[in-house]
Design a protein around this ligand. Structure first.
Ligand code: NAG
Ligand code: NAG
Ligand code: NAG
Ligand code: NAG
Ligand code: NAG
Ligand code: NAG
Ligand code: NAG
Ligand code: NAG
Ligand code: NAG
Ligand code: NAG
Ligand code: NAG
Ligand code: NAG
Length: 719
């Protein structure tokens, strides 16, 4: 027996609801909800579902027993008063999903995405006899998915989205033989293991999207994919897939988007096969073990917009037919063994090209003039090849060019290069180091453009001359790399005029004179504010150090002053205390004298402090013990004396940090301090050491500090 209030409440609720939900929504509800109200059994299933949650995000406000459940928030009923849709995305729901939802026999669509639901996915839902659209993406669901009971012969499921959960185990396979109207599966970003099932298209001709990326699938790509005659998007990147691309795959000629990056796929890109995929728009096979050449038949893929074959073992010349891919927008071939001249490709056909990345290959010859016809090009990286010659003034045609990396080649005439590029007004990143060997740093006053340059690297060119005055006009410069040249003369006082500069690398030059006080006035190193002032724009192409470290945004470089390996003299000025936000300070291998300023202890953001191989005297200030972020500390090879401060951060560094100071004493200096001249030395407790190690590891995991420091020191070039 129904309770009496049931009917009277019905009209009351809609009137009362009006101020809360607004008229349009109420009208919508009234229109969607039929004359018949929901039945008690279904209501009870819904109440069981909500009762199973530990946090219901306020949904129960409208979900009250005694009211018509067809009018509840997120519920839509069909004409017979049966629940047809439950849509509760973004409701902060927590707790597990009760199997009772499986009892809603008319439920077509269930959308619980973007909540914090946990526990297993009830098999009643996955094997439901009614659900066509199931979206549980962005939750914390876990466990394995169960195959449907053998007695189930057919399932209406069309769309399944379980991406970004914590599912494990093997992916169901028999299930797909029963879903004859399957259209889309997104299972990305989970921890599924085992083989990718080959059954997706056995009984279903409508599968259009399969996204299995970011899992732990192994084995090869199943040949069964070839049966997916309607498949348009296939993604299985970032897993452990191996083996060859099966020939059958290329029978799926509707494919527009193939994405298998970062697996262990092998073999060749078969020209006879790839040309079958006439609809292909995007091919991403980067980060695998493919070898062989790019086949000529690639030119028949007229719709191709993205070609990503980066980080494989491919070789040979680029096929001239690439010029026929006139819709191409991105070509990423970095990290292979491609060779030969680029002139074979007529780039002037590729008017849509926006990014060309040929980093780390073995291309020879000069930059083909035809590249300068690609008027939409935004990012061009040719670094780490064997190219030579001078830059053509025609590069000014590239009006949208923002990122240019030409380093580690054998280009000549840096004056010419800078004179040409200064007028590329949109250029923000220019990396041209490890070329122009032995030339002179242009000091020409007429270099006065580069208005928008944020990153400039002219490292490792053995350039002679001074730090040129024209740099002082680059008001937007954030990072300047002039390391490993033969620049001489002083560090100019105008350096402080570069008010956006936060990363200055002048290491390994022949600079002389004292540390100018102007250096201590650098705006970006003084300000405590970090993220708000620093540029978080993403680089057009990620930068690389030594093949491995990727930098996508400028701020990950850190606030740095690296003046090491020069001939700087004089003392470390007390004013250094002003550089409050400095993270890396390297003054090693210079001729600095005087004491280590106690003030350094105020630079509490320091992660790297290297003062080694100078002529510093006096004691190590014990206040440095308070630099809790330090992960690299080195004062070796100076003339320091007295006890190594103990009981803090400093006593946790190895003896190599203190070597070569014959008058230093303490446990790590392998020379105990006499009791008369020093306070008793206490052995650093293992607890401390462990704490610091743990800190370095966790810090390293987030920022890669220690490792990146090594890489910067070791790497020849970054581009
Ligand atoms: C809802 O109401 C019905 C009767 O109207 C009652 O039998 C049932 O126990 C109630 N359910 C809950 C969860 O309170
Ligand atoms: C589920 O709801 C969210 C939020 O409204 C929406 O973005 C998503 O497309 C829905 N899922 C399906 C499969 O319609
Ligand atoms: C699905 O395919 C399998 C194997 O091809 C077949 O045995 C089965 O009958 C098919 N199921 C349906 C529902 O068509
Ligand atoms: C699918 O591909 C295989 C191998 O390439 C081929 O032998 C077979 O005939 C193709 N099937 C169809 C239906 O095209
Ligand atoms: C490229 O296109 C031109 C003109 O359409 C054609 O003559 C040539 O054969 C094509 N090359 C390839 C490899 O597709
Ligand atoms: C690069 O190409 C040159 C000749 O073009 C060859 O001598 C050299 O071995 C190649 N280097 C690599 C690493 O393949
Ligand atoms: C810079 O790029 C903008 C579009 O991003 C373009 O409109 C403008 O013409 C470019 N400026 C120059 C000087 O090329
Ligand atoms: C670089 O080019 C110069 C002259 O253009 C040449 O003498 C030199 O051998 C080249 N170096 C390399 C490593 O190819
Ligand atoms: C370098 O380029 C300038 C023009 O920018 C030119 O005047 C000069 O002759 C070039 N030098 C060499 C060695 O080619
Ligand atoms: C540095 O400059 C001095 C004198 O100017 C010179 O003798 C020396 O060779 C230079 N060193 C380097 C590495 O350029
Ligand atoms: C640096 O800035 C100061 C004042 O802000 C100005 O007087 C000086 O001319 C500038 N120096 C250079 C080289 O631009
Ligand atoms: C700079 O130091 C190097 C050794 O590191 C030395 O050979 C050179 O003469 C020094 N130059 C000057 C100008 O002091």
């Amino acid at each position: 027996m129904r309770r009496a209030p049931h009917f009277s409440c019905k009209s009351k609720v809609s009137r009362l609801a009006m101020p809360f939900f607004g008229l349009p929504l109420v009208l919508l509800l009234i229109m969607a909800s039929p004359a018949t109200s929901c039945n008690e059994k279904e209501k009870s299933s819904l109440i069981q579902f909500i009762a199973g949650l530990s946090h219901d995000g306020g949904v129960t406000m409208s979900w009250r027993n005694g009211t018509d459940c067809c009018k509840w928030e997120g519920i839509t009923c069909n004409g017979r008063g049966a629940v047809m849709e439950v849509s509760l995305a973004y409701r902060s729901l927590e707790g597990s999903i009760a199997p009772s939802l499986g009892k809603l026999t008319s439920l077509l669509r269930l959308n619980l995405s973007y909540n914090s639901l946990s526990g297993n996915l009830p098999s009643e839902l996955l094997s439901s006899g009614s659900i066509t659209v199931l979206d549980l993406s962005f939750n914390r669901l876990s466990g394995a998915l169960q195959e449907p009971h053998p007695s189930i012969t057919e399932q209406p499921l069309q769309t399944l989205n379980i991406s970004s959960n914590l599912f494990t185990g093997e992916f169901p396979s028999t299930m797909w033989e029963k879903t004859r109207n399957l259209i889309a599966i997104n299972a990305s970003n989970n921890s599924f293991q085992g083989w990718i099932p080959s059954s997706f298209c056995i009984n279903s001709t409508s599968v259009a999207l399969l996204d299995l990326s970011f899992n732990q699938f192994s084995g090869s790509i199943p040949a069964g994919m070839g049966k997916c005659s309607a498949l348009r998007v296939l993604k299985a990147g970032h897993s452990h897939l191996s083996g060859l691309l099966p020939d059958e795959l290329f029978n799926a000629t509707s494919l527009e988007y193939i994405s298998f990056p970062n697996n262990r796929l092998q073999g060749l890109l078969d020209g006879a096969q790839i040309m079958k995929l006439r609809n292909l728009v995007n091919l991403d096979l980067g980060g695998n073990r493919l070898n062989g050449k790019i086949p000529e038949s690639i030119g028949q893929l007229k719709r191709l917009e993205g070609l990503h074959l980066n980080n494989n073992n491919m070789f040979g010349e680029l096929p001239s037919a690439l010029s026929n891919c006139t819709n191409i927008i991105t070509i990423d071939l970095k990290g292979n063994n491609f060779c030969g001249e680029l002139h074979k490709v007529n780039f002037s056909n590729l008017l849509n090209l926006k990014a060309l990345d040929l980093l780390y290959n073995n291309f020879t010859g000069t930059i083909p003039e035809s590249i300068y016809s690609c008027s939409n090009l935004m990012a061009l990286r040719l670094s780490s090849n064997n190219l030579h010659g001078q830059l053509s003034p025609r590069i000014r045609n590239l009006k949208y060019l923002v990122f240019l990396s030409l380093g580690a080649n054998n280009f000549t005439n840096i004056t010419n290069t800078l004179q040409i590029l200064k007028n590329c007004r949109n250029l923000t990143s220019l990396l041209i180091g490890s070329s122009y060997k032995g030339e002179a740093m242009p000091e020409d006053e007429t270099i006065d453009g580069f208005q928008n340059l944020r990153v400039l690297s002219i490292s490792d060119c053995s350039l002679s001359g001074n730090i040129p005055l024209w740099l002082s006009k680059l008001k937007n410069l954030e990072m300047l790399f002039l390391d490993r040249n033969q620049l001489s003369g002083p560090i100019p006082a105008w350096i402080k005029n570069l008010t956006s500069l936060f990363h200055l690398d002048l290491a390994s030059n022949n600079l002389t004179g004292e540390l100018p006080t102007a250096l201590m006035e650098m705006t970006m190193l003084r300000t405590e504010k970090t993220a708000t002032h620093l540029d978080l724009r993403v680089f057009e192409l990620p930068l690389y150090f030594a093949h491995s470290f990727q930098y996508r945004i400028a701020t990950t470089f850190g606030k740095t002053l690296d003046l090491s390996h020069n001939n700087l003299t004089g003392v470390i000025p007390q004013e250094i205390v002003q550089l409050k936000s400095l993270e890396k300070l390297n003054l090693s291998f210079n001729g600095l004298s005087g004491e280590i300023p106690q003030q350094l202890s105020k630079l509490t953001n320091l992660q790297i402090l290297d003062l080694s191989s100078n002529h510093l005297t006096g004691a190590i200030p014990s206040a440095l013990n308070t630099l809790h972020f330090l992960s690299v500390f080195n004062v070796s090879h100076n003339d320091l004396e007295g006890p190594i401060p103990n009981g803090g951060q400093l006593s946790t560094f190895p003896s190599s940090s203190f070597d070569g100071n014959s008058k230093l004493c303490g446990i790590v200096a392998a020379k105990l301090c006499g009791s008369a001249e020093a306070p008793p030395v206490s052995v650093p407790s293992t607890g401390q050491t462990v704490k610091r190690v743990a800190f370095v590891i966790s810090f390293g995991a987030f920022f890669g500090v220690g490792v990146i420091y090594d890489q910067i020191v070791l790497s020849r070039y970054f581009g």
